[in-house]
Design a protein. Sequence first.
Length: 327
Amino acid sequence: MTSRPIFVVGYERSGTTLLQAMLGAHPNIAAPPELHYLLRIVELRDYYGDLTDDDNLRRAVHDTVNPPLEMLAGCGFDEAVLFAAAQRAERSYGALLTVVMDDFARRQGKPRWSEKTPGQTARAVLALCPDAQVVHIVRDPRDVVASALQAPWSSMPARLHAENWRAFVIDNERLGSEAGPGVYLRVRYEDLSAAPDAVLREVTAFLGEPFDPGMVDDLAARHASVAAAATWQHGALEAVDPSRAGTWRHRLPRRARAQVVAITHRLLATLGYPPPGLMEVAGGRVLNALARSSRDPRGIVEGTPADRYRAVQAHLAATAARVRPSR
């Protein structure tokens, strides 16, 4: 049995929550809701500073387990316990994440853990935890964009989602080639939905764990991985439904579909997805050329570390306000 950390990576709306919840139903793997640790903590390490300073460490511990949206409210973290454990550990950002995740796994009675946050890359994960194993889940970009456009926090047009999806997949595939088969595994959402036992057997073999049927059948065991506040993720608590794959045909408007395939069509064939027609690709290229003036609204924030910290907090608070159910 190994204790190597596990990370589930994938572009948003690609099935990361479903895969994480299934892993969390395994008797050896603890899988909490997403932490957004790289975005909220690691990418702001110039704000939090050197963790050998206890004040910096205490602040980083507090923010790690207190995101603006109540994703970790049910995890039972005790800041005093975590701070004491982090004081005894190596004073690094990777070690701090390990302290938090080890604490969750210990209280779950499990020997190892899995972390997932949509959008974080395998490259960033391995820079933080070099001994990690990464499972990358991909989904047809037309379904990804159709779902992303309907998300309550959505603010990007289809074209930008497609560009970001393509860059994300290419970077992860490149990293997978560099790291080797013991470090990186790619699976498809469509296969997980259609044949969950087969895909999870492949995943558990990669992780060095025995397959457990409860990963598919024990829906109650998935609850620790999905926050009550994350209502948009509650589909992961239901039995897998293969009919959710390919719904882009009636969910994604024709114009947006053409924009997406003009950007992603080469990867579609590589990943085994139905290819678009040549006319659709050509039309999408024209539409994308006319839309080049638009920008990613989540662009890099300039300024001091404190400016960037405030910007990230404001972005997360605004997202929380959009997704928090009305009372």
